[in-house]
Design a protein around this ligand. Structure first.
Ligand code: ZN
Length: 409
């Protein structure tokens, strides 16, 4: 992965390059960014930047000079991004560089699988990052359950974890000399799942062998071991701006109207943007129209049938449906406030938003978005979806019942 592939955040990339160029790189760096910020792809791009043979070309026979403790006159770095073409870049981009290690929360295969390591699932991890680089921990665990090459026994697994065995493995891996570069980089994703066994790493983090770099990637610094947090240089990864997301979607082949409306709905969350973009917008729209019509007209039998169908979709699709609905509600609010500014919307979405907007005041719409957001939250926590959609239907009914609703095309 190259910086160039990371959405926007030009200044931040500049700052990272400066760290390397000016020898201000710390041995332990924490990339701290909310879900959807792309902190993980950024950390991977940074690792590739450090490993790239053309970026980091220290003078012959000199020890690594990134840390400024040796070789005050380090060779000037001219590149602004990893080259993407040297053997190191190619291996790093496939997450297969022997000096780039990954630690992430995992599940046991079954109750006999005691020494569970991230390395046990490295193939699944590579596939996941390729498919869903902005995915969160739930996406990863869902992916693991559904796609693991060896079946995972759900009963044996309550919680994903970074185990004490993994910490021992890190100590072992990092004690070896680098194989192919001057550096050994350990990326630890979601250190929030690292319990007090993480304290085993402290000595290594404090007195690392030359060229050792820890890159932690986290969403919530309040859930990280304070001992690790206090030893890390913190790099905050902001969410990208709407126009950066829009440009990114357009570059991936999305038409401009849809890209603008999704970027606006996702509010900088790239995970959300990718999900809204991949969902079949029209299909979601039809399902939501049906839902509202059935709710308002109080056709109980048909409504039950609708809920049964949604119930069989599965968690991920239900979340997509609700998030799409939220995006429509947000578009409606935007349309009410800004009128023609919403020209970039897809025509059918605009019609929907106009109708919804004619029935609901902004406060009602905001309440609606909040209810839908709560439903997403509960689905993520395994709520009974049938009950949830029943309750949500009643809530929606009371929110808009005073108004006459025609959402039929
Ligand atoms: Zn390279």
């Amino acid at each position: 992965m190259q910086f160039d592939e990371i959405v926007g955040r030009v200044q931040l990339k500049e700052q990272l390059r400066d760290l390397v160029e000016q020898n201000r790189l710390s041995h332990s760096i924490l990339f701290l960014g909310k879900e959807g910020s792309g902190a993980l792809p950024l950390a991977i791009a940074f690792a590739q930047f450090i490993l790239c043979e053309r970026v980091n070309a220290p003078a012959k026979d000199a020890a690594p000079s990134l840390f400024g403790d040796l070789e005050p006159e380090a060779p000037a770095i001219v590149r602004s991004d990893s080259c993407g073409a040297c053997p190191a870049c190619i291996k790093a981009s496939q997450l297969m560089h022997p000096d780039l290690h990954f630690t992430f929360p995992v599940l046991k295969r079954d109750s006999n699988h005691n020494k569970v390591l991230s390395a046990d699932y490295i193939t699944e991890w590579r596939e996941f990052i390729k498919k869903d680089p902005y995915g969160n921990i739930d996406d990863w665990i869902d992916y693991l359950r559904e796609n693991s090459h060896s079946k995972i026994d759900n009963a044996a697994n309550k919680q994903p974890n970074i185990t004490v065995h993994e910490c021992e493995d890190i100590l072992h891996q990092m004690s070896l000399r680098p194989f192919e570069s001057d550096f050994k980089i350990q990326i630890i994703w979601m250190p929030e799942f690292l319990g007090k066994e993480g304290n085993r790493l402290l000595k290594l983090i404090e007195e690392p062998p030359a060229g050792t770099i820890f890159l932690f990637v986290a969403e919530d610094d309040t859930k990280i071991l304070p001992t690790i947090l206090s030893r890390a240089q913190i790099i905050r990864v902001p969410l990208p701006a709407d126009d950066e997301v829009e440009k990114y979607l357009i570059n991936r082949g999305m038409d401009t109207g849809r890209a603008a409306s999704i970027a606006s709905a996702a509010a900088g969350n790239l995970r959300e943007a990718m999900r809204l973009g991949s969902s079949e917008g029209e299909q979601w729209e039809r399902i939501i129209r049906d839902w509202l019509n059935l709710a308002i007209s109080n056709k109980v039998e048909l409504l039950s049938k609708w809920i049964d169908e949604v119930n069989t979709m599965g968690r991920e699709k239900q979340k997509q449906l609700l998030n799409y609905f939220i995006s429509l509600v947000r578009l409606t609010v935007r349309l009410k406030y800004a009128g023609e500014m919403a020209h970039a919307m897809v025509q059918s979405e605009k019609e929907f938003a106009l109708k919804l907007g004619s029935m609901c005041e902004v406060e009602i719409l905001e309440e609606m978005a909040e209810e839908l957001g709560k439903a997403v939250y509960y689905i993520e926590r395994n709520a009974n979806s049938k009950m949830l959609f029943h309750a949500l239907t009643i809530r929606l009914y009371y929110l808009i019942k005073e108004k006459y609703l025609i959402l039929v095309k």
